[in-house]
Design a protein around this ligand. Sequence first.
Ligand code: DX5
Ligand code: ZN
Length: 216
Amino acid sequence: MKLIAPSVLSADFGHLADDLEMINRSEADWLHVDVMDGTFVPNISFGFPLMEPMRKYCTKPLDVHLMIVHPEKYVERFCDAGAWSVGFHLEAVDDPLPILDLIKAKGVRTCLTINPDIDVKRLVPYLDKVDMVLLMSVFAGFGGQKFIPETMDKIRFIKAEIVKRNLPTLIEIDGGVNADNSAELFAAGADVLVAGSAVFEAKDPEEVIRKMKITG
Ligand code: DX5
Ligand code: ZN
């Protein structure tokens, strides 16, 4: 699969409806929604109050990426707020399984995420228990960082595991993704590419999204 998920973190919150309309018009597949708590990551983004207008004005599925401690306290509320998928960080929890069950019980798709300093092998036991794994290609917390090249081998490793076991699990990549590296990322086995600054800071965001899909 070759999907593009622009990250609303880089949108203009003063004109959010306009940016969401651009996403609706574009060939983007999902809207990536970055939630940061100032504790798991050294930055605070937004929370539930923005889910409402995003659900109202955005026709694309909301792909929620929780960068928070204690995701077990909040995953159900994000499901109720209209998330299409909910992901949280493996390194933020002791046992992800009961939290995945909370999301599944709401009929929402699940995603497990790891930062670049977490061994990618730690995802392997969960590959058949989630809809998607998200490999961070920068350290979670901020948009506009540079892609970490070591991510490429991690994609190939996790893709090989998924193919070996014939699983439907998707691989999402987040951080420093742009129209120059999208083709390589898709070729390595990525299914979903998140792009924040590359899309929203572009003169013609729709063209960037189109280019990322075509080159993929
Ligand atoms: C970073 C977020 C990303 C971020 C990507 O913590 O998870 O989704 O918005 O931004 P860019 O594409 O600018 O690296
Ligand atoms: Zn993200």
